[in-house]
Design a protein around this ligand. Structure first.
Ligand code: MSP
Length: 477
C-alpha cells in the first residue's frame, strides 16, 4: 500500500481560529480523504505553534501565564477540527515534551555539522509576522502586513549557514525533485534564491518564551526554526516507526506568506540534518473577506463556528473551497454564502437528487442496471477531469467537474422527459449518475455524501417509501 504524508501549517496559538485556518485545514483534509479513497495509507498532521514574542505579548495582555494561554487556544483549534470533521492523524503542540526534545536533538546535529555561527543581528523585527524585515519591505516605516512599527533589534544571535545549501536546493526545485506548486510560486522561490537571500538567525537573545538553544542556554530557538521541525517531531523522529514509514512528507500545504520558510529554509535545515526533502509543497493563495484583509480592527474576521451554526459543517467546507481557485489569491464574499448555498446546493445538486428519486419512487421504475452510454460517457469524463484536478491539487476545478456532471444530468432529464416515457433505462441511468455525484463529493462533504449514498442504496433495495424525502440541502430563505 503506498503511503502519503500530508501536513497543514501549525497555526499560531495567539487567538481564536478564523476561516483562513479553516480553509487550509479543510483543503488538506479533502486531499487526504481523496488519497485514502485511492488506497494510500495516510498520515495527516495538524497542530499549533505556541512559542514566540507574539504569543508572549498576547498572554501578558490578558494577564495569563503563556502556557495557560496556549492551552486554551490549542483546545479551540482541536474543537474546530472536530466539528469540521477533519480526519487528522495527530495534533502536535510545540510546547509538548516530545516536540521540545526532538527540536533540541535536531539543533545539536545542525550544530555539530558546523552549520551554525555566532553573529550580531542588527535590524528590524515584526512581532506579528515573527520575522525579520528589511528597510525595503517596510511601507511608511511600518510592516506592510500588520501596519505595525517593527522593533529595532541589536542582539547576539546564532545564524544558520543557509548559503551553503542554496545551490543544491535551487537545483532540486528546478529538477522537480522538490516540487513547488503552482509554477508561479516555484518561479518566485527561484527568484528569491537568485536575489541573494541572507543567512537566517536561529535564535533570540532576550525572548524567554521559547525552547532553550542547547549549545547556549542563555538563548532560545527562533520560533520559525523550531515550528518547522514539527513535521518531524510529530512522527517521533528519529526512532519512531511513524518516522520510518512516513518521512519524507509527500505534501506540505502552506499559504503564500509562509512559502519562503517552507520552500527554502526548511529544505536547508533538512539538508543539514541529512534527511530527505519533502516531495511537494503546495502554496495556496490567501483570501480577503469582502475585498479586505481580515483584521480584528476592521471587524471582518469570519468566525468558522458561526458559519457552521448557520450552514452545518459540510456546507461550510463546501462554501470555503468553492469561492476561488487556490492557485491565486481570492476574495470571499460573506454576504454571498446563502445565495451560493441555494444556487449550487439547494437548487442545484439537492434538487437534482430529489427529482431523480421522486420519479423513480413514483413510477416504481424497474432498475435493471442497464445504463445509457451517453450517461456512461458523461460520468467517465467527469471522473477523468476530477482525477486530473486532484493530481494538480486544484480542488476548485475538481468541484467544478462534479457540478458539470450534475448539470449534464439535469439536461438529460429535460431532454428525455422521463415523466412522459417512464423509461427504466433513463431512470436507471439517472440513479447511476447521482450516485456518482455523491461519490465524487465525498471528500468535500463526507456526511452529506454518505447520507445521499445510503438513500440511493435504499432506493435500489426498495427500502425507501415514496413519502421519504432525502432533503439533503433544504432551501434557505
Ligand atoms: N505558525 C505559522 C506557521 C508555521 S508552519 C511550520 C503561521 N501561523 S498562522 O496562524 O499565521 O497561519 C498561517 C496559515 O493560515 C497560512 O499560511 C494559511 O495556510 C492560513 N491562512 C491564514 N490566513 C489566511 C487567509 N486570509 N486566506 C487563506 N489562508 C489563510 O504562519
Amino acid at each position: 500500500m503506498p503511503k502519503f504524508y500530508i501536513t497543514t501549517p501549525i497555526y499560531y496559538a495567539s487567538g481564536k481560529p478564523h476561516i483562513g485556518h479553516a480553509f487550509a485545514t479543510i483543503y488538506a483534509d479533502v486531499i487526504s480523504r481523496y488519497k485514502k479513497q485511492c488506497g494510500a495509507e495516510m498520515f495527516f498532521s495538524v497542530g499549533t505553534d505556541e512559542h514566540g514574542s507574539k504569543i508572549a505579548e498576547k498572554a501578558e495582555a490578558q494577564n495569563k501565564a503563556p502556557q495557560k494561554f496556549v492551552d486554551e487556544i490549542a483546545e479551540d483549534f482541536r474543537k474546530l477540527w472536530k466539528v469540521l470533521n477533519i480526519d487528522y492523524s495527530d495534533f502536535i503542540r510545540t510546547t509538548s515534551e516530545r516536540h521540545k526534545k526532538g527540536v533540541s536533538e535536531i539543533i545539536k546535529i545542525i550544530h555539530s555539522a558546523g552549520d551554525i555561527y555566532e553573529g550580531i543581528y542588527e535590524g528590524l523585527y515584526c512581532v506579528d509576522c515573527e520575522k525579520f524585515l528589511t528597510e525595503k519591505e517596510l511601507k511608511d516605516g511600518l510592516c506592510p502586513d500588520h501596519l505595525r512599527k517593527p522593533q529595532e533589534l541589536k542582539e547576539k544571535n546564532y545564524f544558520f549557514n543557509l548559503k551553503k545549501y542554496l545551490p543544491s536546493i535551487r537545483q532540486k526545485i528546478l529538477d522537480g525533485e522538490l516540487k513547488i506548486i503552482p509554477e508561479t510560486r516555484k518561479n518566485e522561490t527561484i527568484n528569491i534564491i537568485d536575489s541573494g537571500i541572507p543567512d537566517f538567525s536561529m535564535t533570540r537573545e532576550k525572548l524567554v518564551w521559547g525552547i532553550p538553544y542547547p549549545p547556549d542556554q542563555s538563548q532560545t530557538i527562533y520560533v520559525w526554526v523550531e515550528a518547522l521541525m514539527n513535521y518531524l517531531t510529530i512522527l517521533d523522529w528519529p526512532q519512531g516507526e511513524l518516522f520510518k514509514k512516513f518521512w519524507p512528507a509527500d505534501l506540505h500545504i502552506v499559504g503564500a506568506e509562509i512559502s519562503k520558510f517552507h520552500s527554502i529554509f526548511w529544505p536547508a535545515i533538512l539538508a543539514s540534518v541529512d534527511l530527505p526533502l519533502p516531495r511537494q509543497i503546495f502554496v495556496h493563495g490567501l483570501f480577503t473577506v469582502n475585498s479586505q484583509k481580515m483584521s480584528k480592527t476592521l471587524g471582518n474576521v469570519v468566525d468558522p463556528l458561526k458559519m457552521i451554526d448557520e450552514f452545518g459543517s459540510d456546507v461550510t467546507r463546501y462554501l470555503l473551497l468553492s469561492q476561488f481557485p487556490a492557485y491565486q489569491h481570492g476574495d470571499i464574499k460573506e454576504q454571498g454564502f446563502k445565495a451560493k448555498y441555494n444556487d449550487d446546493l439547494a437548487n442545484g445538486i439537492g434538487n437534482l437528487f430529489e427529482r431523480v428519486a421522486a420519479m423513480i419512487l413514483e413510477y416504481k421504475a424497474e432498475l435493471t442496471g442497464e445504463i445509457d452510454s451517453e450517461i456512461k460517457g458523461k460520468v467517465r469524463e467527469a471522473e477523468e477531469n476530477y482525477k486530473k484536478q486532484f493530481e494538480e491539487l486544484n480542488l476548485f476545478e475538481a468541484l467544478k467537474s462534479v457540478f458539470s456532471l450534475a448539470k449534464a444530468l439535469d439536461k438529460y432529464i429535460n431532454e428525455k422527459e422521463p415523466w412522459k416515457t417512464q423509461s427504466s433505462l433513463v431512470l436507471s441511468s439517472l440513479l447511476y449518475g447521482i450516485e456518482e455525484v455523491a461519490t465524487l463529493l465525498e471528500p468535500f462533504m463526507p456526511q452529506k455524501a454518505r447520507q445521499a449514498t445510503a438513500y440511493i442504496d435504499g432506493i435500489k433495495k426498495r427500502k425507501i417509501l415514496n413519502s421519504e424525502k432525502l432533503n439533503l440541502f433544504p432551501r434557505k430563505l
